[in-house]
Design a protein around this ligand. Structure first.
Ligand code: HT7
Ligand code: ZN
Length: 865
């Protein structure tokens, strides 16, 4: 497939200030009539032709200024039309079959309803149009359809008229006053019911809010009560954006629709967000505390896009991080404010390290503002989203909150109603916050996670911090320049356990030293506090320093980090065979001591305690090694867990008992208690499986929340005792009518530590509830499986084969989703040679499959490099 390059950007030759769409809806046959009002773009090179993107469409009628014309031709999938004058009206009619649209891009059918997904390039599957984000139009939409099948008819903006045709069909008209690109268009029609509420903005606009779900059929559960948390989250988001960013909602209606077949999490269509049910529906019986947080975060994210994405959109798809990185930062800050800020920060860093760091060190590495792509859907990545957020967070750290806000205000003022670039954003922050971001712009251009090497010297009463940075080579970028890296540091006096204040140092050269006078003895260094920079720190800190920080650092993130470092450092040494048996035992004892202190510390809340108990993930440990042996890492990580559990069995049992007595609810104390309860079981399962089985079964039976029940079942799913089968069966029978909970049931088995997990996954793929057409279900089985190191990296390569088979089967059904399964195989270069060869062979097998989609072909091609 052709490569699209950022440097080739040209403005489109035509403006389309107005667009009228008329839909005659049917599940298998929808007729779309589009009227485009076009005029020459004075900012572009004059042209007598217009090229309208299409995908899989045939025009049934083409008119110009109301007259049929033959002055058009197909150029591939696109329609090219001669336009002699400076302004015209183009009429186009197309027909589509939503029920046959298994790609879930464009207009498709899901559970009897019709809905759209247009980002990035789905609109061209509905009608011919300049399907690019810099063409902004005012949309008027009319739709008509069977009143029984589609009683609710929704689109962007405000409902302006509706009526009955008297023949069993009815119609509605929607008008969106805000110019928008085609990717923000949405239409939904179906048998829906709504949870309604209102919100009054700070300037007094009364906004009608509605969250729609599919009407329950006979014998089905009613989802409406499960939307209460989403509604409360929406209202909190609206208030927060006014207070923290000065951004107010700008329409009289805000609608959300939940659909169960969806390629991603949700979509920020103007005034009509479409959501994966997974990020709308939550109650304590069926959703975990983590699910509640995810709903709140995604609701906020999509709502915040109304400004960072919709009012100011992207000039082209290379600028995706302009809206996504910024909006992720906004949703992270929101969630920090809604709950425990340190815990949220730790969770966000865990996601970054688990998903983005591996991307940055592998064949798919790209800058947050990519330079080229073949299929844009492949660039909705952790790099564009999560590293993009970290890059903007660094600007905020350097500017301070107030000046950063001034920069954001300037950005929104300057670019409201425009399709902007990342450069526009940086310039606005530079001007509004009064920062020099000249060198900082490299963060947009260079891929790869910088490695910062740290050494602390002490002489006389001066401590000197020596820092050096290397930005590693990545595909297409062999040589890198040093970037500004803002690091918050503190130096602790060993005896008193306090520090003289946190300081921000900005490392902006390859090597730099910073001196701190006033230390009679060598202090303990705490660096990258709060994770101010998305870098990996290489610091051979003495174990006693890490133990000190794990117990006493006043920055909760740094405390967590010290705990992680302690474990990662130890496991690296064990895996590399560097430790004698007694050294290994001494290392384990040091970690056990630190864990015991964490369990006993009365100053910690349980949410934070739970974080400190979580061992570094296998992916993160593997990331620290040039070449990883997944089998050995898994074995040693589990062995360490077992040793810790045996050393602290009494503590873990007591912790579980204490937490079990905490009253329920959604407050922080109850949530924290649930978190440490399951953490305790996770340890005990490795140290004393029989005891863990009995305790987990009891927790399962006593559970009054999904958090407790799922936590217990997760532990049981990895054990071999009889309770595993009993409780898995019970869980399925209890929840078989709730698809989101059945997804959990698939996921628990696919991610389990059970030695036969691979066979379980194979069996589940033939289960009557498995469905290749439903992305949630496919992800619940295979994404979880690919993240299960013991099973996926099975020595004989069976895990790799299974994933490749899935990709080959899924690609013709849903290429966007299929392509998302390629990266786990793409990590082969960082895996020991025997497994690497097996992984590579599977990639080659996929590459050789005839008719591979552009999505999958690009990912496989880049992975084979
Ligand atoms: N902006 C939305 C991205 C999205 C998407 C991308 C590719 C394919 C399907 C998709 N559905 C939604 C979601 C967001 O980041 O807010
Ligand atoms: Zn987004």
């Amino acid at each position: 497939p052709a490569v699209i390059r950022r440097v080739d950007y040209q403005p489109f030759g035509w403006l389309v200030p107005r667009l009228e769409l008329d839909f005659q809806l049917g599940l298998t046959d929808t007729r779309v009539a589009a009227t485009l009002h076009v005029e020459r773009n004075p900012a572009a090179t004059p042209t007598g032709q217009i090229r309208l993107n299409g995908e899989g469409l045939a025009p049934l009628e083409v008119t110009v200024d109301g007259q049929p014309t033959s002055l058009w031709r197909m150029a591939g999938d696109d329609l090219v039309l001669d336009l002699p004058g400076t302004a015209h009206t183009i009429g186009l009619v197309t027909r589509i079959d939503p029920a046959a649209n298994t790609q879930l891009s464009g207009l498709y059918a899901s559970g009897g309803m019709l809905c759209t997904q247009c980002e990035a390039e789905g609109f061209r599957r509905i009608t011919f149009f300049p399907d690019r984000p810099d063409v902004l139009s005012i949309y008027s939409v009319r739709m008509s359809g069977d009143a029984d099948a589609f009683p609710v008819l929704l689109s962007n903006g405000n409902l302006t008229a509706r009526g009955d045709n008297g023949d069993g069909t009815h119609w509605a008209e929607w008008h969106d006053p805000w110019p928008k690109p085609s990717y923000l268009f949405a239409l939904v029609a179906g048998r829906l019911v709504a949870n309604r509420d209102t919100f009054t903005t700070r300037s007094g606009r009364k906004v009608d809010l509605a969250i729609y779900v599919r009407e329950a059929g006979a014998g089905e559960e009613d989802d409406l009560p499960r939307t209460a948390h989403a509604m409360a989250s929406l209202k909190r988001s609206m208030t927060w954006d006014e207070e923290q960013f000065g951004r107010e909602y700008d329409l009289d209606t805000f609608n959300i629709v939940a659909v169960s077949d969806f390629n991603a999490g949700a979509m920020e269509n103007k005034g009509l967000n479409v959501f994966n049910t997974k990020y709308v529906l939550a109650d304590e019986e069926t959703a975990t505390d983590g699910d509640f947080d995810a709903v709140e975060g995604v609701i906020a994210h999509e709502y915040f896009h109304n400004w960072s994405g919709n009012r100011v959109t992207c000039r082209d798809w290379f600028q995706l991080s302009l809206k996504e990185g910024f909006t992720v930062l906004r949703d992270q800050l929101f969630s920090q404010d809604m709950g425990s800020a340190p815990v949220k920060r730790i969770e966000d860093v865990r996601v970054l390290r688990g998903a983005q760091f591996p991307e940055d060190s592998g064949p798919l590495a790209h800058p947050i503002r990519p330079d080229e792509y073949r299929e844009i859907s492949n660039f909705y990545t952790a790099t564009v989203y999560n590293k993009g957020a970290e890059v903007i967070r660094m600007m905020r750290v350097m500017a301070g909150e107030e000046r950063f806000r001034a920069g954001c205000d300037l950005y929104f003022d300057r670019h409201d109603g425009e399709a902007a670039t990342c450069e526009d954003f940086v310039k606005a922050i530079e001007d509004g916050a009064g920062l020099d971001l000249n060198q900082f712009r490299l963060w947009y251009a260079q891929a790869g996670t910088p490695r910062v090497t740290v050494r602390l010297d002490h002489a006389g009463d001066v401590a000197t911090l020596h820092l050096a940075q290397v930005v590693p080579p990545t595909p297409g970028q062999p040589d890198k320049r040093p970037m500004p890296i803002p690091l918050k540091v503190a130096l602790f006096d060993r005896a008193s356990g306090i520090h003289a204040g946190e300081q921000l140092v900005v490392l902006d050269r390859a090597q730099q030293s910073f001196s701190f006078p006033g230390f009679a003895t060598r202090p303990v260094l705490s660096i990258n506090r709060g994770f101010t920079a998305p870098v990996s720190i290489e610091h051979a800190a003495p174990v006693e320093d890490l133990v000190f920080l794990a117990a006493r650092d006043d920055d909760p993130f740094a405390r967590y980090e010290a705990m992680q470092e302690l474990v990662v450092g130890h496991l690296k040494d064990v895996v590399d065979g560097k430790l004698s048996a007694s050294e290994r035992d001494a290392g384990r004892a040091a970690i056990a001591g630190a864990l015991a202190a964490v369990i006993a510390d009365p100053a910690l809340d349980d949410l934070m305690r739970g974080e400190l108990l979580i061992l570094p993930s296998q992916t993160y440990i593997a990331e620290q090694m040039l070449i990883a042996d997944p089998g050995t890492i898994h074995h040693e990580r589990q062995a360490l867990r077992g040793a810790l559990a045996r050393a602290l069995e009494g503590e873990f049992v007591a912790l579980h008992q204490r937490a079990s007595a905490v009253p329920g609810g959604l407050n922080a104390a109850a949530r924290g208690a649930r978190k440490v309860k399951t953490q305790a079981l996770v340890y005990l399962a490795e140290g004393n499986p029989d005891l863990a089985e009995q305790m987990a079964a009891a927790q399962y039976d006593a559970a009054d929340t999904m958090t407790d029940r799922q936590g217990a079942l997760m532990v049981l799913a990895g054990l071999k005792g009889p309770q595993r089968t009993h409780k898995l069966l019970d869980f399925y029978q209890r929840y078989r009518s709730n698809p989101l909970v059945v997804d959990k049931w698939f996921g628990l088995q696919a991610g389990s530590l059970h030695p036969h997990a691979i066979e379980h996954v194979k069996a589940l793929a033939t289960h009557p509830d498995f469905n290749l057409k439903n992305p949630n279900r496919v992800r619940s089985l295979y994404m979880v499986f690919a993240a299960n190191p013991a099973a996926f990296h099975a020595e004989d390569g069976e895990g790799y084969r299974m994933l490749a088979d899935l990709i080959i089967a899924l690609d013709p059904v849903n290429p966007q989703t299929a392509a998302r399964f390629v990266p786990p195989l793409g990590r082969w270069r960082r895996i020991e040679p025997r497994r690497a060869a097996l992984m590579r062979a599977e990639l080659e097998r996929i590459a050789a499959t005839p008719g591979l989609s552009r999505d999958t072909a690009e990912q496989v091609g880049r992975s084979l490099g």
